[in-house]
Design a protein around this ligand. Structure first.
Ligand code: HEC
Length: 145
């Protein structure tokens, strides 16, 4: 009697357990790829794929631009006082100075140091620059004739 019951119980375990296991396994695999399809998948792709593509494109464009090119763009804010060719004006002439000199002076201004009588003007200017900006600008200024 007991033996027969045991068989029945075992059979039930397989009959119910196997399909459940198969379903669970199946949905697990699906989850690994993507959790939905159709419209939902398109939305997911737009959200993540789209954003990722833009981010990658931006990173590649930035990596492709040389420090001089990035510096030239950042130098736009300096033209009013130092001239488009670094020839000077309100501020001193920058053309002809080495990248090390320019970077060093910018760093001094950023640290609030006084170089000349009008350093305060450059304190506010350098405050807006990150370390990369200063290095790029310095690389660009060195290329000026
Ligand atoms: C509002 C005008 C103005 C702007 C804008 C300006 N500067 Fe200046 N800059 C000056 C003046 C004035 C000095 C001289 C400061 C002093 O007396 O120490 C100076 C000095 C400097 C010096 C030191 C030059 C030397 O040989 O002593 C550097 C380098 C410099 N600026 C870079 C920049 C860069 C890079 C930018 C743009 C991010 C910039 N400046 C924007 C006015 C300006």
């Amino acid at each position: 009697m007991l033996k027969e019951n045991l068989h029945q119980i075992l059979f039930l375990c397989f009959a119910i357990g196997l399909p459940l296991w198969a379903m669970e396994n199946n949905s697990f695999e699906q989850r690994g790829v993507h959790a939905c399809s159709g419209e939902c998948y398109e939305a997911w792709q737009q959200e993540t794929g789209g954003v990722m593509e833009v981010a990658i494109a931006k990173a590649e464009a930035k990596a492709a631009a040389s420090p001089e090119e990035l510096g030239a763009a950042a130098y736009a804010g300096c033209i009013a006082c130092h001239g488009a060719q670094g020839e000077g004006g309100i501020g001193p002439k920058l053309a002809g100075q080495s990248a090390d000199d320019i970077y060093g002076k910018l760093l001094q201004y950023k640290n609030g140091e006084t170089l000349g009588p009008q350093s305060a003007l450059m304190w506010s200017q350098s405050a807006m620059l990150g370390d990369d900006d200063m290095k790029n600008i310095a690389a660009f200024v060195e290329t000026l004739p």
